[in-house]
Design a protein around this ligand. Structure first.
Ligand code: PBG
Length: 331
């Protein structure tokens, strides 16, 4: 057995030249695989840097059109919008204000670049004063807990507002049970059956969202999100979440974060025929930025390698703050 393997088999033959490596490359990465997350702040007139995410800015809605043109010129797959509203309250009602930062930015982007794919994050944590992803209600011992079913109504209203503003895709990130079905029914009831749902189906309670919580001003004021986001120790449960969202009518699924969960990306890929995204989140971005700023890593090579790894694991597209840089490097 051993004798027939070497010297007959020499895998290095296929690594000899750029042309050969290119021919046998198994995974592709192109700008159209990348979705750029953007933060629109209702009260800003000029961009404000996010200190935890070098190169990322909170943007005024007046910058939306220009960013739509940037995304198009870089050949990106689309954009994902988050909003920072003027006012927050207990129930996150500004999440469904038709004049809020997300609907405004959506409308401006679709007007500037109608063919750009615009996705909106649907969640209430940026709009609630307590920073949780749902409406709170006193539990059996008086402690505040998230009211799953009451939250569904707010999510559905927000999705309708985003869709009416022109969003192609709404992406619920709250992890309430039943939200995909509730949003689907609400959209269909408003004649918006053409709007797709990208479900953050498999979203873990992760430390890697830390930098984002400054960018989106949505850190929970007490407690954590472990009562609704998934336990990082669980893999089988990812398949259950994916199946339920598919049955409720999700058009596309997402795993989040990406790099610490590539095994989960691969398992969901194998279990579902739906298009699959993975969110290369703020903490993953911040680590690369910090290491490259310290001269410890080659940012360009690291970013292309990690985005390729997410694609190799089975993601069709990647939501990433590196999107513009990566598109430039790929181009
Ligand atoms: C919730 C939401 C979060 C992220 C996307 N949507 C934060 C959270 O769940 O705490 C995190 C994205 C990132 O870290 O890049 N609306």
């Amino acid at each position: 057995m051993l004798a027939t393997v070497f010297p007959n088999e020499r895998p290095r033959r296929l690594r000899q030249s750029p042309a050969m490596r290119s021919l046998v490359r198994e995974t592709t990465l192109s700008p159209s695989d990348l979705i750029l997350p953007l933060f629109f702040h209702e009260l800003l007139d000029t961009p404000r840097a996010v200190s935890t995410m070098p190169g990322v800015f909170q943007l005024p809605t007046s910058a939306a059109a220009e960013h739509a043109r940037l995304a198009r010129s870089m050949g990106l797959g689309g954009v994902l919008l988050f909003g920072l509203p003027r006012t927050k309250d207990a129930s996150g009602s500004s999440a469904y204000d038709p004049n809020g930062p997300v609907p405004r930015a959506v409308a401006a982007m679709k007007e500037a670049v109608p063919e750009l794919l615009v996705i909106t994050d649907v969640c209430v944590d940026e709009y609630t004063e307590h920073g949780h992803c749902g409406i709170l209600t006193p539990g059996p011992r008086g402690e505040l807990q998230v009211d799953n079913d009451a939250t569904l109504e707010v999510l559905a209203k927000a999705a309708i507002v985003h869709a009416r503003a022109g969003a192609d895709v709404v992406a619920p990130s709250d992890m309430m049970d039943g939200r995909v079905g509730a949003i689907r029914r609400a959209l269909d009831g408003e004649g918006l059956s053409g709007v797709a749902i990208l479900s953050y189906a498999v979203k873990y309670a992760s430390s890697f969202y830390g930098p984002f919580r400054e960018a989106a001003d949505c850190a929970p004021k007490f407690g954590d999100r472990a009562g609704y986001q998934m336990d990082p120790a669980n893999g089988r449960e990812a398949l259950r979440e994916a199946r339920l969202d598919e049955e409720e009518g999700a058009d596309m699924l997402m795993v989040k974060p990406a790099l610490p969960y590539l095994d989960v990306v691969a398992r969901v890929r194998a279990a579902s025929t739906l298009p699959l995204g993975a969110y290369n989140v703020s903490g993953e971005y911040a680590m690369i930025k910090a290491a490259s700023a310290a001269g410890m890593i080659d940012e360009r090579r690291a970013v292309i390698e990690l985005l390729t790894s997410i694609r190799r694991a089975g993601a069709d597209f990647v939501l990433t703050y590196h999107a513009v840089d990566a598109a430039r490097w790929l181009g």
